[in-house]
Design a protein around this ligand. Structure first.
Ligand SMILES: [Zn+2]
Length: 337
């Protein structure tokens, strides 16, 4: 995940985005915290299978075991091979999109966006996303700040949940087409504290994909991005970019969560801008209405304390949270016609 939630950076970016929205649409995104009633139950078209949190947990542990997934490293290449092989083993149609993008410091990053597709012939499609790279520095921490982090939660968890969802698709095909898109180089943005920060130094893989999708004219009905979805007692509030571009999808997903009894993880609470993430570019450039399921603490106005520190390791991963997120996403997909 990109910028901190409680920093000056955030405020500046938030203001910039608000201004942009004013200019473009004459309408300000809602940023106040509030609660909404849940909607009546919808009948499932296919009974969703049971998401296996043990399996998702193992997929996260496997990624972390390669070492930090920083572009231009051996661990990064090995992890890409692992993810690709896993998706193929779950009968996905896999495309690896490679590219070279400049980082904030001029480094040329060799990136790989990894796409696993199901039911390719179906025009009715859902896009599921996460980023698979990990932060090259621990710049929000107090020790070894120049060393890359494990990124078990920030990066690893979203991929772990989506690999388990792919395993479920192999066993029981959903009615719709699904594309699992795993972006590279989300977390290679400028270090915290850089003067005049540039938000576009983050989310490099998703910017690349949104400008040049893996298939010409690719689109989907909507998208769901998972970022930092594995920590104990996580709370996923409804963040402002999702609410601005895809309020109907926020509504859909949070209502599924309520039906499944996961309102403690998915409260009907709107939060102010928590930072930019891959879904911004999928919305803005690829024009696919997309939401972000991201852990954010509205009380402290920031991400979890382990965010961009060496504490973001397997110790923070909790199977109950993986189960809640995985089951909500699975149920949402299997409920589609
Ligand atoms: Zn991050």
């Amino acid at each position: 995940m990109a910028q901190n939630g409680n920093m000056k950076t955030k405020v500046i970016i938030g203001l910039a985005i608000s201004t942009l929205f004013f200019t473009a649409c004459g309408e300000e995104p809602k940023t106040s915290n509030s609660t909404l009633p849940s909607k009546p139950k919808e009948a499932y078209r296919i009974t969703p299978p049971s998401f296996n949190a043990d399996s998702a947990y193992q997929f996260i542990a496997d990624q972390v075991a390669f070492g930090p997934r920083v572009p231009n490293t051996e661990a990064h290449i090995k992890t890409a091979e692992y993810i690709t092989e896993k998706l193929r083993s779950f009968d996905a149609n896999v495309v690896v999109q490679t590219g070279v993008v400049p980082a904030f410091d001029g480094t040329k990053l060799n990136i790989q966006n990894i796409i696993g597709s199901y039911n390719l012939e179906n025009y009715n499609r859902v896009l599921l996303m996460a980023h698979w790279d990990s932060r090259p520095f621990a710049d929000n921490g107090t020790e070894r700040k120049n060393e890359p982090i494990d990124g078990a939660n920030d990066g690893g968890s979203g991929v772990g949940v989506l690999l388990e969802i792919a395993r479920q698709f192999q066993q029981k095909s959903p009615n719709v087409g699904v594309d699992i898109v795993l972006f590279d180089a989300e977390d290679y943005g400028q270090p915290t504290g850089t003067p005049n920060p540039k938000p576009a130094t983050w989310c490099l893989g998703s910017q690349y994909w949104a400008k040049t999708p893996h298939l010409p004219n690719y689109t989907a009905n909507y998208g769901i991005l998972l970022d930092m979805v594995g920590a104990a007692n996580a709370v996923f509030t409804q963040e402002s970019i999702s609410l601005y571009y895809a309020p109907q999808i926020v509504d859909k997903v949070w209502n599924v969560a309520a039906q499944l009894g996961y309102t403690n993880y998915f409260p009907f609470m709107k939060t102010a801008h928590v930072g930019e993430d891959d879904h911004l570019y999928v919305n803005r450039i690829a024009k696919i209405p997309s939401i972000d399921i991201i852990q954010y603490d509205a009380n402290t106005g920031s991400f979890a304390p382990h965010w961009h520190t060496h504490n973001d390791n397997m110790d923070v991963i909790d199977k109950n949270t993986l189960k809640a997120v995985g089951q909500v996403v699975l149920a949402t997909v299997y409920n589609e016609k």
